[in-house]
Design a protein around this ligand. Structure first.
Ligand code: ATP
Ligand code: MG
Length: 425
């Protein structure tokens, strides 16, 4: 006997019971994003490896140990995208969308990172990504934050998520701060774990992002970037907070929020919930003013965020909200006998034409009256329509309620579409 082949660890099948929840989420942002002036861009999942090395940074978790990289048949090194911003900027430069222009873009799709799989952390996961190009002021940062808040509110998560926000300053102010950090952590070298020692000189700010509890105290006492911000970044941040105050959006300034990718500058933010255990960040973003020029384009300011879809789906499923995205049949058409089967297919066709939004399931594969009714019940439908020899002969159809009692009734063939319309649509 041969063994079953199973899915790759950390890569999930999304089963029919869950897809309605995904559709629901997608529908929420397909309404909100265009209403705020954002347009969809669709990007390949494979890019040249170089793109991610140059953008995310060589000394980051993602590039150092999480990328799915392989050599293709031409000998080129390719990588399954671990995030969407790099590809979006690449496409923007390539198609002349960014030069001297304002662009508001979004995309969604699978991302790939070879991380340790656990609840809320997978090797293939999905993001909604939103990016805005060409605007330097804090108003666009505020717009992005307000829009992410609108999405979370629409899904019913506003009360269980909090906004954390910080400023990373300019690249220059970070350079000075970096030296301070290196000397602080060097003084406490014996308390650093292996990863952090490696980062000490290459990327000391990432030590602040360490999830190692044993280093927590050391990290908490490290010098704060907020005490060393350049004046322009400080002002940008204050103006952003004023916009948020003005809009009534609550936030926590978290001076230790640094984010895992190198390309951020000035504003960074995360929406965090305590309902998902350790993987509580459902949305994360910030400014990346130097990324466009870093990837070869003419310098253009930019900001964006990404929402992790699996984490939102988990929250929705936990909150029982999946009921609002029901997708099973409303009506099940029982057809007993060959003549009724033939006629049933025509009736189903007419009903679908007359009521395109009705969710109607036609019995296929025969079966006795009893077994078909059982299937109808299991399908979750509210009504069974019954067509047997008698009904055929009299041009009738029987309507049998399947949930919560209610009388069975007999309708003429021509009445059925009107009846279903008032009942369901
Ligand atoms: P984390 O701190 O959770 O590792 P990150 O900083 O690596 O997140 P980003 O690259 O900014 O995350 O991605 C934005 C969002 O995408 C995260 O907030 C999270 O919701 C989601 N996300 C990131 N990595 C994964 C993953 N491996 N599995 C599922 N969702 C993920
Ligand atoms: Mg991560």
């Amino acid at each position: 006997m041969s063994r079953n082949i199973q899915a790759i660890r950390g890569m999930n099948d999304i089963l029919p019971d869950q897809t309605p929840c995904w559709h629901y989420l997608e529908q929420v942002w397909r309404e909100i994003l265009p209403a705020w002036g954002y347009r969809e861009i669709r990007l390949p999942v494979l890019e040249k490896t170089e793109l991610f090395k140059r953008s995310i940074g060589e000394v980051t978790d993602i590039v150092e140990k999480e990328m799915y990289t392989f050599t293709d048949r031409n000998g080129d090194s390719l990588t399954l995208r671990p995030e969407g911003t790099a590809g979006c900027v690449r496409a923007g430069i390539e198609h002349g969308l960014l030069y001297n222009q304002i662009q508001r873009l979004w995309y969604q799709g699978p991302m790939f990172r070879h991380e340790r799989p656990q609840k809320g952390r997978y090797r293939q996961f999905h993001q909604l990504g939103v990016e805005a190009f060409g605007m330097t002021g804090p108003d666009i940062d505020a717009e992005l934050i307000l829009m992410s808040a609108a999405i979370l509110e629409q899904i019913g998560l506003a009360d269980t998520t909090v906004l954390q926000i910080n400023s990373l300053g300019s690249a220059e102010s970070r350079a000075g701060y970096r030296d301070l950090l290196v000397s602080y952590f060097s003084d406490h070298r014996e308390q650093l774990d292996e990863d952090s020692r490696r980062r000490l000189h290459s990327n000391p700010m990432r030590i602040l992002d360490s999830k190692n509890q044993q280093m927590r105290k050391l990290v908490e006492q490290a010098p704060l970037l907020s005490d060393h911000l350049d004046s322009e970044s400080r002002e940008h941040f204050q103006r952003l907070l004023a916009y948020l105050d003005n809009a009534g959006v609550g936030y926590q300034v978290n001076p230790r929020l640094v984010r895992g990718l190198d390309y951020y500058s000035k504003t960074v933010f995360e929406w965090v919930t305590d309902q998902l255990g350790a993987q509580g960040t459902v949305c994360a973003g910030g400014r990346f003013d130097s990324l466009v020029s870093q990837l070869g384009g003419k310098s253009a300011p930019a900001a964006g965020f990404a929402i992790g879809m699996e984490r939102l789906v988990a929250l929705l499923m936990d909150s029982g909200l999946e009921r609002i995205c029901a997708s099973g049949p409303q009506v099940y058409l029982v057809v007993v006998g060959e003549a009724a089967e033939r006629q049933g297919m025509l009736i189903a066709g007419q009903l679908r034409k007359a009521l395109p939004r009705l969710r109607l399931q036609l019995n296929c594969g025969g079966g006795s009256f009893r077994s078909q009714l059982k299937r109808a019940d299991r399908s979750g439908a509210e009504l069974a329509l019954i067509l047997g020899e008698n009904e055929l002969a009299q041009s009738h159809i029987i309507v049998k309620p399947l949930r919560g009692g209610g009388e069975q009734l007999t309708l003429g063939r021509e009445q059925i579409s009107g009846y279903l319309k008032t009942k369901f649509l």
